[in-house]
Design a protein around this ligand. Sequence first.
Ligand code: NAD
Ligand code: TYD
Length: 369
Amino acid sequence: MTEMQANSSGDRAPRRILITGGAGFIGSNFVHHWCEQYPGDRVVVLDALTYAGNRKTLASLEGGDNFRFVQGDICDRPLIDVLLQEEAIDTVAHFAAESHVDRSILGPGAFVQTNVVGTFTLLEAFRQYWLSANKPESYRFLHVSTDEVYGSLGPTDPAFSETTPYTPNSPYSASKAGSDHLARAYFHTYGMPTIITNCSNNYGPYHFPEKLIPLMCINILMGKPLPVYGDGQNVRDWLYVRDHCRALDLVIHKAAPGETYNVGGNNEAKNLDLVHLLCDLMDELAPELPVRPAKELITFVTDRPGHDRRYAIDATKIRTELGWTPLETVESGLRKTVQWYLDNRDWWQPLLSEEYQAYYQQVYAAAAK
Ligand code: NAD
Ligand code: TYD
């Protein structure tokens, strides 16, 4: 399938889309996807530029007639009211969040504030705006969420489906679950056209180096230890970020209001196996490495508190109802990703700040308690 066939870019009226968290990992990939697919659409990015947001990621789009970047907080109701009106927004794609489980263990407050209060603020602003416009049928509010709301699976449990009960275990997943419930309630109570997606672990370009895959790539390049939590047998279901973006595109164009869709590539891997794969790819693709074979850097460290054992997504609904298919396999997607980190040192090097190093020491200190 080609990229064009994979998207719903046939006859369509131009949209005016507000993308929150568009300077983060998935949000920025989505912004690039949308601007490539729909150059006639108005794209407004709202991002607070926390440690995880990086305006450089959007540099190639800045200055374009149809693109606007606004630095601001999703908890700032007056700002959101103005943006919705001023830009005549018809579509919200809501990515902004605190997204890292380890940080939620160290400091859950920011997760409740942004993920719950921020989502509520956006929903409420959009409701007033949608009502004052007489509830146009084309309006959509996409709430981007995670499979972590479903909790943890045993080794032989069936994968999460859209009807799996919510059992969030970390402050991160609990805050995302709260925001999902609000988005659902706004459809059920007010008929507001919300749609929720719950996706598995993403990987790809522009991924902040605190997460497993970029952390391992960068540590291999720097000859630093590769910290594997616990026994390394925890399972995650990996999806290339642009495949996620294509799923969200389809959902915005084709899903009925009030629907929820699980998104995942059916690519379960144990953490240790995935790290081995990354080491092999680095050995093959990196011209120079401080330590080769890279596997020598693997170090088992104290486990994350409350570490969910296994996530797996059943994506049958989005595949059959909307015709979504991922284009990348784990092998092809990881190869592209490793090559991207090799080619884009200028993007990630400045992120390894003193604040970042101090954060890591806290993660390990907390885990050791
Ligand atoms: P990220 O941490 O890389 O980016 C989050 C972005 O939100 C950053 O640019 C940050 O500056 C911005 N932000 C944070 N607080 C804000 C606030 N109060 N106001 C405005 N902007 C704010 O996160 P990500 O990995 O790109 O995840 C994006 C969304 O997708 C999140 O909602 C996350 O829960 C969900 N999700 C992530 C994954 C994954 O594997 N990363 C999987 C499924 C779902
Ligand atoms: P992560 O990328 O933080 O995503 P999530 O916790 O949202 O799934 O972690 C992916 C898996 O990798 C998870 O099981 C925790 C593990 N992990 C490590 O073993 N070492 C690390 O340094 C990190 C960051 C994660």
